[in-house]
Write a protein that binds this ligand. Structure first.
Ligand code: ADP
Ligand code: ZN
Length: 637
């Protein structure tokens, strides 16, 4: 078996017969010293011709799980690996990254001219391609299947890799009808091994993948879903724009990141406003022209420090490693969505932030969207319970990560890298306040038979004699003024919690408040309500606490991921400038040429020979050959 043969000690294989041993391939082609997590086990399974289902979080290193077997099996004479991907817009960069590493790869999609497509088809049929990327709708055409048949007959269809495999499930929001047709491939080529990969963790999706792609026999590899380098922070929404701006200016000056909003309109307004504030922001949503979307995505990937303001239409498959933050200005629908979106930060393993502002309006809106949707009752019940889990996360006083991982079935202990761990919030017993609010809602109904919204309720509780109060005679209610001891902000916290917990519902056009059945237990004092003390100014982090060194100049000159002295910083800057030129020449994002971490290691170690340069993580044989001398020159040798 290919995978089980012991690897020779870090030795590059003889030039004449390239090694088909996975560890050799990792070292020679990708320049990495060791496999991570379950990569080695997955690769062994697939190289040996077995099927695999791989569940790993974003940034976990899924690509190598099929790329290394593709190379190994091609070297062993098994032919091409077909990579199924829904992301036409990203295929160019994915293939570019492989070609940079010296792996012969290509894609076939609608963006190619006829001439180019025919050339690639010749490479494919000649058995020269190692990997071919294509979208499912293309693969399932008669013409494409005929090519696969021809390869298969000659023993040159080596492996089928199905990326973003959760697209086969209707469960999430990424369902693609065309994925359902992929089961045909297995029927046609039952002996060809398959590997399906996804970053979606829940059991339901996994079961769908197994069933719909006929992967019952596949070995399943489920990695931990923890992303230790991501710091989770959920702040109470007060003035969201000001809060976001402070977060960006204080903690992410010059960084690339994503700001998620719920509606297209809000995306555009927020992007325009950030631009006015001098932050390079671009909008992205499904309502924009395809050409505009492509251009914005390209700029986000190729330029440094772009902030993408987007709906959830943006993000799947974005493999930019240095997204330093993901901010949510609106509440996502559930924890799956929150985790997937925040997971786009920090793929490179360096510190990154997941920041969300959350408030009463979010709770009310999300609950209403479910209530008013045309979906069936069972579906609504499910959506509600998923939303409840997310609200519990937002209202939590204890470790956010423990809760997130528990949701995905993983046990863990307090992480030390979320807002609640770093500065445990003060809590106050809001039970009495909650009872006052509930009884006031009850009195409204009793008094005039109508219900009111949060603003009016708070006025009555605080004893404010507004026009509306006197119009309805609410100053005569026994609950008028019983809550003068709390501020308006505190009352909003109480109501948000009551709605989040489901004791109160906001209904109709004016979000008027109604008691739920469960309110009775609170009124009777059987249930206590603990509330976070709203932070006046949310805890800030000094930049130095992130373990980065070097002064953080604003804008483009961000410090490298590793501590560097003054000459090291100069070398790093020179290497980046050189990389930018190469990236432009090759029409690829800079990180495809070399990651920041690789450049930083070069700048720190300052290798003075090709041999020494080969020892830097991320420098494979092809890149060494193509760029080695130039890098030595840039380093001053
Ligand atoms: P995923 O597809 O699971 O989100 P990727 O395959 O894009 O993750 O990998 C994330 C990053 O980690 C990439 O930049 C990749 O080069 C790097 N990486 C993956 N495996 C290794 C490894 N064994 N050693 C070093 N870096 C790795
Ligand atoms: Zn924590």
């Amino acid at each position: 078996m290919l995978a089980t043969r012991p690897a020779p000690d870090a030795a590059p294989a003889a030039a004449s017969a390239p090694s088909a041993v996975p560890l050799d391939i990792l070292r020679q082609v990708f320049g990495y010293p060791a496999f991570r997590g379950q990569q080695a086990a997955v690769i062994e399974q697939v190289c040996a011709g077995g099927d695999a289902l791989v569940l790993m979080p974003t940034g976990g290193g899924k690509s190598l799980c099929y790329q290394v077997p593709a190379i190994a099996r091609h070297r062993a004479g098994h032919g091409v690996t077909l990579v199924v991907s829904p992301l036409i817009a990203l295929m160019h960069d994915q293939v570019g990254a492989l070609e940079e590493a010296g792996v012969h790869a290509a894609f076939l999609n609608s963006t190619l001219e006829g001439e180019d497509a025919r050339r690639i088809e010749r490479e494919l049929l000649g058995g020269r391609l190692v990997l071919l990327y294509a979208a499912p709708e293309r693969i399932l055409t008669p013409r494409f299947l005929a090519m696969l048949d021809s390869l298969h007959e000659r023993g040159l269809l080596s492996l089928v890799a199905i990326d973003e495999a959760h697209c086969v499930s209707q469960w999430g929001h990424d369902f693609r009808e065309e994925y359902l047709g992929l089961s045909q491939l297995h029927e046609r080529y039952p002996t060809v091994p398959r590997i399906a990969l996804t970053a979606t963790a829940d059991d339901h999706t996994r079961a769908d993948i197994v069933e719909r792609l006929a992967l019952g026999e596949a070995r399943q590899f489920v990695a931990s879903f923890d992303r230790p380098n991501i710091r989770y922070q959920i702040v109470e929404k007060d003035e969201p724009r000001r809060q976001l701006l402070r977060f960006l200016r204080d903690e992410h000056e010059g960084d690339a990141g994503i700001v998620y909003c719920q509606s297209r309109k809000k995306v555009e307004e927020t992007a325009a406003w950030l631009s006015d504030e001098g932050i390079p922001a671009l909008p992205y949503h499904a309502g924009l022209d395809a050409e505009v979307r492509r251009r914005h995505q390209d700029r986000f990937l190729r330029e440094e420090g772009i902030v993408m303001v987007a709906t959830i239409a943006f993000g799947m498959g974005i493999d930019k490693p240095d997204v330093r933050f993901v901010a949510h200005l609106d509440l996502p629908k559930n924890i799956e969505g929150y985790y997937q979106e925040t997971g786009r930060a920090g793929r490179d393993g360096a510190p990154a932030d997941a920041w969300m502002a959350y408030g009463l309006v979010d709770v009310v809106n999300q609950r209403r969207m479910i209530d008013e949707s045309p979906a069936g009752d069972e579906f609504k019940r499910l959506q509600r319970s998923k939303l409840d889990a997310l609200l519990a996360l937002a209202e939590a006083h204890d470790c956010r990560r423990v809760r997130l991982l528990a949701y995905f079935g993983e046990d863990s202990t307090a992480c030390g890298n979320c807002d609640n761990c770093l500065s445990p919030p003060a809590v106050w017993d809001g039970t009495e306040a909650a009872r006052k609010a509930l009884s006031c809602i009850y009195r409204f109904r009793q008094h005039g038979g109508i219900s009111f919204g949060a603003g009016h309720l708070i006025d009555v509780l605080r004893g404010k004699l507004t026009e509306k109060v006197s119009q309805h005679g609410h100053e005569r209610l026994s609950t008028f003024g019983i809550g003068a001891d709390l501020s308006e902000v505190q009352w909003r916290g109480v109501l948000r919690q009551l709605i989040a917990l489901g004791h109160v519902r906001a209904e109709g056009e004016y979000n008027t408040l109604e008691l739920s059945d469960s309110a009775r237990a609170v009124l009777k004092g059987d249930v206590s309500v603990l509330l976070r003390v709203p932070a006046e100014a949310p805890p800030r982090r000094g930049k130095s606490s992130r373990g980065k060194s070097g002064a953080r100049a604003s804008g483009k000159d961000k410090p490298p991921p590793l501590p560097l002295d003054e000459p090291g910083l100069e070398r790093f800057a020179a290497l980046k400038a050189w990389r930018a030129e190469i990236a432009r020449e090759h029409n690829l994002p800079a990180y495809v040429v070399f990651h920041d971490a690789t450049l930083a290691e070069m700048a720190r170690e300052c290798p003075d020979s090709l041999d020494a340069l080969a020892g830097i993580s991320g420098v494979g044989a092809k890149k060494l050959e193509a760029y080695g001398r130039e890098i030595l020159r840039v380093l001053g040798h």
